[in-house]
Ligand binder design. Structure first.
Ligand code: PLP
Length: 421
């Protein structure tokens, strides 16, 4: 018998397609000298976004103050700034002990799922959705049950579908708002309907709000937890996107709602946080400066700002491709377009994304990477410069032509007659 021939059974359904087989192939191509445009990952640093000056200064000033392990929940200065931020967003009844810093939302999502779920439990997760949550649920021994977000209703969650999927085993509902991969921003009524479901069925809400500061067009972001004090809600957020510092691994979560009802869950979180000692202390110390500095984030979102202009360029070019549909994103830097099945022969697998990589040297993630199994959908990451995005969308349009259903030729007898004929 070999030592470790097989990987763990727990991983059988885990998938991370943003860095999956197509990504591996792209890396091979790059190693052989082919330049690949990576529209697969939401990592602003790859595309020349730099950290704000406020963050750089705070980091340099802090180097000597973060040498040891810190409090398992996080440094008090960081937690105070996070507490102030979320109180201003309307979350009531929270204190310093309700805040945990982590090595990104990624780590904290796994901690809170692990703390809540036992084997056989079910968690409602959005489809399409960022696969951290479905993967995390599986690793925690639970089953992700996908609820539909509807492309014909601005990608909002379908409350009816959620209700139909609740069973006695359901323990939680995940909300990703603003959403990855759709860029949708949920209005108050949508959030209220999800909260009502959680209330009726005693579900914990995990509200991933990492894109809350990246809202375009002056729209407000409403924090789920600001709408309900009587439901246990974990709000997750961090600096990866708003301050373009994914590599710092700096995220946090805020526990709100009734304490007595969620004592066991809270104890579980405390134990898991203790087990990993603490999160990166140095990057925690940039949190106060970063949350003070909304200016550098906002500058990306207004006309002339990169995220605004990059979206404009992408949307303009996509509109030129007949048969491609999409809902313009209200937040973040993602679009989740789809091919009209009446106009394209849609390949049932990832052929189209593979051809795009091999022939046009563009890497993107097909819809199934986001737990969405209707073929013909894909995510575009609008982080490269506007001009590069225009060219990429044009190249995409060229490639898609090969899947176009040729219009049925009109018999000559039915052609309109030219004047005078
Ligand atoms: C919805 C969502 N949540 C969480 C993360 C990961 O965040 P972090 O860098 O804080 O781990 C991402 C990254 O793309 C994301 O899109």
């Amino acid at each position: 018998m070999m030592f470790c021939e097989n990987r763990s059974d727990k991983l059988s359904e885990i998938h991370s397609d943003i860095r999956g087989p197509l990504y591996t192939r792209a890396m091979q191509m790059q190693a052989r000298g082919t330049q690949v445009l990576k529209l697969n990952s939401g990592n602003p640093a790859t595309y020349g976004f730099t950290m704000p000056q406020s963050v750089r200064e705070a980091l340099l000033q802090s180097v000597d103050n973060a040498v040891g392990y810190c409090d398992l929940r996080g440094m008090p200065q960081a937690r105070q700034a996070i507490l102030d931020y979320h109180r201003k967003k309307g979350i009531a009844g929270i204190g310093m002990d309700d805040i945990y810093l982590g090595n990104g939302v990624s780590e904290l999502a796994c901690i809170c799922l692990e703390a809540l779920l036992s084997f056989g439990h079910e968690v409602l997760v959005p489809s399409p959705g960022y696969s951290l949550w479905s993967n995390g649920a599986r690793l925690a021994g639970a089953k992700p049950v996908f609820y539909r977000c509807d492309e014909h209703s601005d990608w909002y969650p379908d409350a009816g579908d959620i209700r139909r999927k609740i069973t006695p085993k359901t323990r939680a509902i995940v909300i990703i708002n603003p959403n990855n991969p759709t860029g949708a921003l949920y209005p108050r009524q949508v959030l209220e309907s999800l909260i009502q479901i959680a209330r009726e069925h005693h579900l914990v809400i995990f509200s991933d709000e990492i894109y809350d500061r990246l809202v375009l067009d002056g729209k407000p972001h409403i924090s789920t937890a600001s709408l309900a004090e009587d439901v246990p809600i974990v709000t997750l957020n961090g600096l990866s996107k708003s301050h373009c510092i994914c590599g710092f691994r700096c995220g946090w979560m805020v526990l709100s709602g009734p304490r007595d009802d969620s004592r066991g869950f809270r104890e579980g979180i405390f134990e898991l946080a203790a087990m990993r000692l603490c999160s990166n202390a140095l990057t925690q110390l940039v949190v106060p400066a970063a949350l003070e500095d909304s200016q550098s984030t906002n500058a990306m979102l207004v006309p002339g700002g990169r995220l605004y202009e990059q979206r404009r360029a992408t949307v303009q070019e996509l509109r030129k491709i007949p048969g491609i549909h999409f809902v313009e994103n209200s937040a973040a830097f993602y679009l989740f377009p789809w091919m009209d099945p009446t106009q394209f022969r849609i390949p049932q697998d990832n052929t189209f994304a593979r051809e795009l990589l091999e022939e046009k040297h563009i890497l993107l993630v097909p819809g199934n990477g986001f737990d969405w199994h209707t073929p013909g959908f894909f995510r575009l990451v609008m982080l490269p410069q506007a001009q590069q995005l225009r060219q990429a969308v044009q190249a995409l349009g060229d490639l898609l032509d090969r899947y176009r259903i040729t219009p049925t030729p009109v018999p000559v007898s039915q052609l309109p007659r030219a004047a005078g004929e």
